[in-house]
Design a protein around this ligand. Structure first.
Ligand SMILES: *Cc1c(COP(=O)(O)O)cnc(C)c1O
Length: 495
């Protein structure tokens, strides 16, 4: 059954039954200004509850998810997260709190927020955090506004942000949106920041260096102390895109690397099922010298009580309604408290071991251009397959046929035909081995039957779509494609 929900509509069918009204009825026209009243009822499908449940459950089963498939989407950290954390976040005592309730009624929640800030300070070595930003990218924007406010308070005009060419696209976007001029740093031959290149670009025009560590190639910036020292000599701040913090937990604190401010992606590192656009949380941590610029309100502890403090003469102001995505914050709090210091360190070490294991296996199949020890992810190049006309795109689509969500492709831009793999700490060796075997078969197929890869995916409800057209003119009515050739089966992988 592939009808749209609208096609399942039957006039008069209803999902809910209200009891008869027991209060005096008044016409809508008396309650709502006529300009705001609809002339026509909205076009909504008339369906029963089970129609809705079956329709959307069926659709969800056509999808890939961490709960159903290995999801090695590099950069995004799609790890399996304990369901317990979701259960606690959905607990009515938290979920039903209203953000306008007075602090006297929400002491437990305020305590959780306060303690989460302390925990994040402990993990990163920062002096203070704001929990308001709703995503990594919004954290970046918040951080850049703080950088701007800091230099402005010192009466300095510093219009430039330096960003390495391997950076995530949100970095230059956030910097540009904050009114800075972005200057790109070319990576050195080892994929790391080149100290000479950095020196050439540093001046008293530079507000900050924005870097990612481990960087988007999964490599640790070995010269990080020299890099941050150099920036500070020029009066520039160092902003860390902390989206890759899941490689560093319990091993190194960004503050000890000389970082002045950073954002964490709680939805990546600290347990929140994400993908499909959210919700997330991108708290920003700063050193003591920047704490006054953080958004307000902040939670303060006065004696044994917690309260909101909206003061802050130098604050950049609010960046989110109320206090941020509290449900995501709560998951992170439970995750951190459950694992503890040692548990967090073990997750990072396991993420690093898994990635290096996969990388070693991959390196027998395809080149790994920046082949040093990686941290939590690595980037392979499928350039050699181009000889038979096969691209990273084709391989990604073929992996779907083998039951794996496709890794990130064509990012970072410094690797040709890039495939970026992040296994995360939650996968078993047998899953990783099966994934390598699928990859080995696809590399073989690329040589022997490149046309199979051009047709992939074949086993999914929909085949290769024109991605631009699919976004601009979506056709939601799936039809089995009679013209499409049969799936070129590979022998069962687990036989
Ligand atoms: C995911 C990611 C971001 C952006 O985070 P969002 O929460 O998606 O806004 C920024 N930088 C890096 C390195 C990332 O992996």
């Amino acid at each position: 059954m592939d009808e749209l929900i609208f096609e399942q509509s039957v006039p008069g069918r209803c999902g809910v039954a209200f009891p008869p009204c027991d209060a005096p009825e008044r016409p809508l026209e008396q309650l709502v200004p006529s300009a705001a009243l609809r002339q026509q009822p909205p076009r909504l499908p008339e369906v029963a509850e089970f129609d809705v449940i079956r329709h959307y459950t069926r659709l969800s089963q056509r999808n890939f998810a961490v709960d159903t498939h290995f999801y090695p989407l590099g950069s995004c950290t799609m790890k399996y997260n304990p369901k317990l954390n979701d259960r606690i976040a959905a607990w009515s005592r938290f979920a039903w709190l209203h953000p306008s309730q007075p602090a006297s009624q929400t002491q437990g929640l305020l305590q959780m927020l306060y303690e989460l800030e302390q925990l994040l300070c402990g993990i990163t070595g920062m002096a203070a955090f704001t929990l308001q930003p709703a995503a990594g990218a919004q954290g970046e924007l918040t951080g850049l506004k703080i950088i701007r406010a800091y230099h402005r308070a010192k009466r300095q005009s510093r219009p430039v942000i330096l960003i390495p060419d391997s950076a995530h696209g949100t970095n230059p976007a956030s910097a540009a949106l904050s009114g800075f001029r972005v200057v790109e740093l070319a990576s050195g031959p080892d994929g790391l920041i080149d100290l000479g290149e950095l020196k050439r670009h540093l001046s008293n025009e530079v507000a900050a260096l924005m870097l990612t560590n481990p960087n988007t190639l999964g490599l640790f910036e070995r010269n990080i102390s020299a890099i941050t020292h150099l920036c500070h000599e020029y009066g520039a701040l160092v902003y860390l895109d902390g989206a890759n913090m899941n490689a560093l937990l319990g091993i190194v604190k960004p503050a000890e690397m000389g970082v002045d401010l950073l954002q964490l992606n709680l939805h990546k590192t600290f347990s929140t099922p994400h993908g499909g656009g959210g919700p997330g949380a991108g708290p920003v941590g700063v050193i003591a010298a920047l704490a006054d610029f953080l958004p307000v309100p902040r939670v303060r502890k006065v004696g044994a009580r917690f309260r909101w403090d909206a003061r802050g003469r130098r604050s950049i102001g609010r960046v989110h309604a109320f206090y941020g995505n509290v449900g995501v914050l709560l998951r992170a709090y439970v995750y951190i408290r459950t694992l503890g210091r040692e548990g967090l360190e073990r997750t990072s070490r396991a993420a690093i071991i898994n990635a290096n294991y996969l990388k070693a296996k991959f390196s027998r199949l395809v080149p790994i251009p920046f082949g040093d020890h990686c941290l939590h992810e690595f980037v392979a190049s499928l350039k050699p397959l181009k000889a038979s006309g096969v691209t990273a795109w084709d391989v990604a689509k073929r992996l779907l046929d083998y039951g794996y969500y496709a890794p990130t492709v064509y990012f970072p831009l410094v690797v040709e035909e890039a495939v970026m793999v992040e296994p995360t700490e939650t996968e078993s060796k047998s899953t990783l081995d099966a994934f390598v075997e699928a990859m080995a078969r696809i590399v073989e197929e690329a040589r022997e039957h490149p046309e199979w890869l051009k047709l992939a995916p074949q086993r999914l409800p929909t085949h290769r779509v024109d991605e631009v057209k699919a976004a601009r003119e979506p056709n939601l009515r799936w039809q089995p494609d009679a013209k499409s050739p049969a799936f070129h089966d590979a022998p069962s992988l687990r036989a």
